[in-house]
Design a protein around this ligand. Structure first.
Ligand code: C5P
Length: 230
């Protein structure tokens, strides 16, 4: 049986990938399936939490039972939803693949095909929602004791995924960072995940390769431990 250690807790999970519109029919998207975020929401609900899932676009996934789903298509919509939903929550977990860029302008009408080369698409940066949640808490504008980020990394020659993870944890200044080793069926479209769980207090534990539900259980164990210590 699952522990009911998250009873009375309210948690917010983001999932899926944003679509950034270029014109009324086209968008810039990514290949996030949303499976990890949905698994996190489902497992938290099983463990007794009141769960809000802020969902962008995903594969064809059924919303987990007993979970409140808030739709947020673009990064800017997701930012607004997360700032609103996270305040007063016990934890927020950023499992979404937030679009780093969006087309600078949204054409009012469908861009027409012609004999001419199309205009190049100009991109502009989206907000880093995770960094903003941390900053908002630091400024006293947001109350949420545990902020969790995800990082999908490949181990490039001379640098391991763990090195990248440590650097990202320092940069984002979140409380916990799940570092996914990408490749060999991990992350994004695959069913399995594995890697490291890094904490701002320096704790580092390997996450054994397994299902996204297993990773979700491992993460909620760590969150639950932190909430219990407060
Ligand atoms: O910087 P990077 O994209 O690798 O960081 C990944 C983490 O930051 C994820 O938790 C993701 O949800 C979050 N993120 C975000 N806003 C962005 C980009 C990433 O919140 N614009």
């Amino acid at each position: 049986a699952l522990p009911h250690d998250l009873a009375g807790r309210r948690v917010v999970v983001s999932a899926g990938g944003n679509r950034e519109p270029l014109d009324p029919v086209r968008y810039l998207g990514n290949r996030s399936s949303g499976r990890q975020g949905y698994a996190l929401a489902r497992v938290a609900a099983h463990r007794g939490a009141d769960v809000t899932l802020v969902a962008a676009y995903t594969a064809d996934l059924a919303p987990p039972a007993g979970v409140r789903v808030v739709r947020a298509g673009t990064a800017q919509e997701m930012r607004a939803a997360l700032l609103a939903e996270s305040d007063g929550a016990d934890a927020v977990v950023m499992a979404a693949a937030v679009a780093d860029f969006r087309p600078e302008s949204l054409a009012e009408h469908k861009i027409k095909k012609s004999d001419q080369d199309p205009d190049p698409v100009k991109l502009t940066r989206n907000p880093d929602i995770l960094a903003e949640l941390v900053q908002a808490r630091r400024d006293g504008r947001l109350r949420v004791p545990v902020i969790v980020g995800f990082a999908a990394e490949t181990g490039d020659p001379g640098t391991t995924v763990l090195d990248y993870g440590r650097a990202k944890l320092a940069r984002k200044a979140c409380d916990l960072l799940v570092v996914n080793a990408v490749g060999e069926g991990g992350a994004f479209e695959g069913e399995d995940n594995g890697g490291w769980l890094l904490a701002a207090d320096g704790a580092e534990s390997p996450i054994r390769h397994g299902s996204k539900s297993l990773l979700a259980s491992t993460l909620w164990d760590a969150v639950s431990l932190r909430l219990g210590r407060q």
